[in-house]
Design a protein around this ligand. Sequence first.
Ligand SMILES: Cc1cc2nc3c(=O)[nH]c(=O)nc-3n(C[C@H](O)[C@H](O)[C@H](O)COP(=O)(O)OP(=O)(O)OC[C@H]3O[C@@H](n4cnc5c(N)ncnc54)[C@H](O)[C@@H]3O)c2cc1C
Length: 461
Amino acid sequence: MSSTHGPRPIAIIGGGFSGLMAAEQLLRALPADRAVLLCERSRPFGLGLAYATTNPEHLLNLRASQMSADSERPEDFADWLARTPFGAEERRGIRETEAGTFAARGLYGRYLAERWARVVTSAGDRLVPLSAAIVDVEPVSEGFVLHGVGVPPRPVAGLVLAMGNLPGPAVVPSRYRLDPWRPEAFGALDPARDVLVIGTGLTMMDSVAALRREGFTGRIVAVSRRGLLPKPHAAVPAGRRPEFTPEIRTSARRLVAAVRRRIAAAREAGDDWRGVIDALRPITDALWAGLPRAEQARMLRHVRPYWDVHRHRTAPPAAEAIAAEIRRGGLVVRAGRILAIDAAPDRAVVTLRPRGTDRRERVEAQGILDATGFSRLAETDDPLLRTLLARGLVRPGPFGLGIAASPGGTVVGPPHHAPIWAFGPMLRGVVWECIAVPDIRDAARHLARAVADELGHRLAA
Ligand SMILES: Cc1cc2nc3c(=O)[nH]c(=O)nc-3n(C[C@H](O)[C@H](O)[C@H](O)COP(=O)(O)OP(=O)(O)OC[C@H]3O[C@@H](n4cnc5c(N)ncnc54)[C@H](O)[C@@H]3O)c2cc1C
């Protein structure tokens, strides 16, 4: 039962939601003498990037009823919200809407922190939390040796990479770049000058809420290629799951046309498009996997931006806050391509080509927030990922997205002795639905089974 006397532990790198889910399921699936080492570099265990916020305007983008961290108890989070005695400030973070209950992400963080505490207690010394940034992974004959900042090297039997969305390089190579995840700096901004946000999706919405929370009262300009904003949820049940012929399933164009026809038919019947989109959810992974590669590329290029705003919807109060900003001129949303970002002594000068034109426009901003979301593996400046790439232990996934792996997460690399798995948003590119809580929660069981099978196989060999 001890972490020091049993076989080498399995390491999970990344202690966010994916790391927590992976740890829970590995502890269940692995034999009692196999410990789990969970490494997290900067945040409380279990919260990750999304749920460490304390801004009550940062709402979950799924209803409370969809956010259970327990696949066996689908109402776990909604029940927790209902039974927990909250103070007045925390209660502000629970929004009842016609489309359902939407909670602040910080409250969800508290729910995860309580879950983490229970996991730690019940796991005893089988779960070893390591607060350190892992910067190198050295393959050795019986696994790997992890090298972390300020901690001794740790031998492990295998690795689960659960590091979330690939952190980007300085996509905005400007000294006026502001970090959307460090809002403390926003309070010092000059209200008379614009702030530019690159991206118009959920992270842009977060950035606007953070700028306002920190007291910035000036104008915000948000730019993306198409200028599409996430759609709000509504009280609409999922429709009937569609059957698509093999002819439709192998062509991006035909697939999109078929979905459009269903939306048109739903409208004619007085139903909402959301029911059609949500009915696709159980088959989106299979539809993606069944498309030939050239068709997948078409899908990514032409369809994904539209898909994302319809599928990854936002809480109605968050959508209303953005709509109110736009109405009063506090937020201007532009569609266009950023051609250059230059630095003047006290501001960034951005050259923008508005969508559908050949014109060039100058946009001046005192600060720029990169809200484009995620990057490609080859572009990342993350020290561990760069080392893993340099060692040939990982390579970019399809279309450069995420890490190359099997749909179950086994990393594709050169032959090496010990296994590596990628988990959660790192599988983007291989699996279509791998970023939201329900996807990660349910996938953790499959991951744990795969790890247990692999270790059993190796031990028997
Ligand atoms: C702002 C935001 C809001 C979201 N809202 C929702 C929502 O409402 N509902 C929903 O279902 N999904 C939401 N998501 C999707 C989100 O991807 C998942 O819900 C989930 O949080 C992903 O968790 P993760 O652990 O994979 O990644 P992360 O939360 O990014 O966690 C990864 C962790 O790994 C650590 N790490 C990375 N590298 C190392 C290293 N080398 N050594 C040690 N530690 C390392 C990081 O410090 C980090 O804490 C949101 C995502 C974001 C970014």
